[in-house]
Design a protein around this ligand. Structure first.
Ligand code: PLP
Length: 400
């Protein structure tokens, strides 16, 4: 029996069986539906994208995988060069891994060892945000803050290595005053907290965080696994406020295959780069720098630039805002829109029950969770298709 994610296997509804996918559509035996969540926010270029298919097929015909330990290859070198040019500032040193969670693990390990290499072994703490989600591996659960996903951690009691704060500047300043000399890093999902409830906050918080990180010599980590590649309406939030380390995943490969990168700036890299063997970063996932993933990621970034994906996301945001303007209902707590993310937060989680089937019947695949009905559409969606997704979300509240 397949063990499905985030499900009580005994009571779960059978999942829809996909037999084909093209553009923004998923096909089942008897339905065609818009993927309104882009396969967990990753497939921004559409399914069966000809250019991405070509890139991966060409690479399959050469070789699918070789390890990166003691070997290297064109796809990983080209992607690394492309990221250097594509990412802001001196975020020039990518460490590749196989998933977003692992990219965050690597970032946190880098931040800890950054200070160990400098002989400051007391900097063992990490500052993180309330409602944070950074993945489901153990350290990412610890910096995360979500009792609905990660209650299993309760068995360990409260962590002495992580402090959580709200996205408010006074709380930020207080945390730095109190813990500044013990922190190695401050990790955030910048501007948009995804799995913690599509919570949106202001850039001024991150600007102040950057100042405080500089003042207290703390590394700023942006987990842009979900926000990267345009989702917030910015290419990267890192274009607005520059972190020391950025984590990329999901849309990095166009949603084609699991892969991720933890990209450090020169300051971080230099703390590892010397004659002392123990200063090396001791990490090495088997599939890091996978040639298929690198080839498809490289092509995806080229498409992002050549086909002006930022224009697409801006247009998506305009339409979403227009559709959601003034929309409210007694059962709704708040409607939020940022870039390519729309979230309707309900007052009571019970009121999302049945929405997935309702959307399915209207040709939209949705995956509401807790008390959130949301969309994160592929950027290749057309205007009428996007309006259909928005209207499906709104129609759910008719007759309620
Ligand atoms: C902000 C953020 N970080 C990390 C992850 C984990 O990525 P993955 O599922 O590829 O391990 C996610 C997944 O949703 C995420 O939203």
């Amino acid at each position: 029996m397949i063990w499905y994610p985030y499900e009580q296997m005994k009571t779960m509804k059978p999942p829809y069986k996909v037999i084909d996918a093209k553009g923004i559509y998923l096909y089942t035996k008897d339905n065609k539906m818009i993927d309104s969540v882009s396969s967990w926010w990753s497939n921004i270029y559409g399914y069966k994208n000809e250019k991405l298919n070509e890139a991966i097929i060409n690479q399959v015909n050469k070789f699918s995988h070789v390890m990166l330990g003691g070997l290297t290859h064109d796809p990983v070198e080209k992607l690394s060069n492309k990221l250097k040019e594509f990412l802001p500032g001196d975020l020039d040193y990518p460490f590749f891994s196989d998933s977003g969670s692992v990219s965050v693990e690597v970032a946190l390990k880098m931040a800890l060892q950054f200070y160990m290499n400098k002989g400051e072994e007391n900097r063992t703490m990490v500052l993180a945000l309330n409602h944070a989600y950074h993945g489901d591996t153990f350290k990412t659960m610890e910096v995360g803050d979500d009792e609905d996903y990660h209650f299993v951690l309760e068995a360990y009691g409260k962590s002495k290595y992580v402090v959580h704060i709200p996205t408010e500047i006074p709380a930020l300043e207080k945390a730095f005053e109190e813990y500044g000399d013990k922190l190695n890093s401050f990790i955030v999902e910048p501007l948009l907290q995804g799995a913690g409830g599509m919570r949106m906050y202001d850039i001024s918080f991150l600007e102040r965080a950057r100042e405080l990180c500089d003042e207290y010599k703390v590394l700023l980590i942006f987990d842009e696994v979900a926000t990267g590649f345009g989702r917030t309406g910015n290419r990267f939030v890192a274009d607005l406020v520059l972190p020391d380390i950025i984590c990329l995943g999901k849309a990095l490969t166009g949603g084609y295959i699991g892969h991720a990168a933890t990209v450090a700036n020169k300051k971080v890299f230099d703390a590892f780069y010397d004659d002392e063997p123990t200063h090396a970063l001791m990490h090495g996932p088997t599939f890091m720098g996978n040639p298929l993933a690198c080839a498809v990621s490289l092509r995806a970034i080229e498409i992002f630039e050549e086909e002006n994906f930022m224009d697409k996301i801006k247009r998506i945001e305009e339409i979403e805002k227009e559709e959601m303007e003034g929309f409210s209902h007694p059962k709704i707590e708040e409607v939020r829109v940022m870039g390519g993310c729309v979230c309707i937060e309900l007052k009571d989680g019970k009121d999302i029950e049945g929405f997935q089937e309702f959307a399915y019947e209207r040709g939209v695949f949705a995956r509401p969770f807790l008390k959130y009905i949301y969309s994160m559409v592929p950027y290749v969606i057309k205007e009428d298709e996007l309006r259909k997704v928005m209207r499906t979300m709104k129609e759910w509240f008719e007759n309620k």
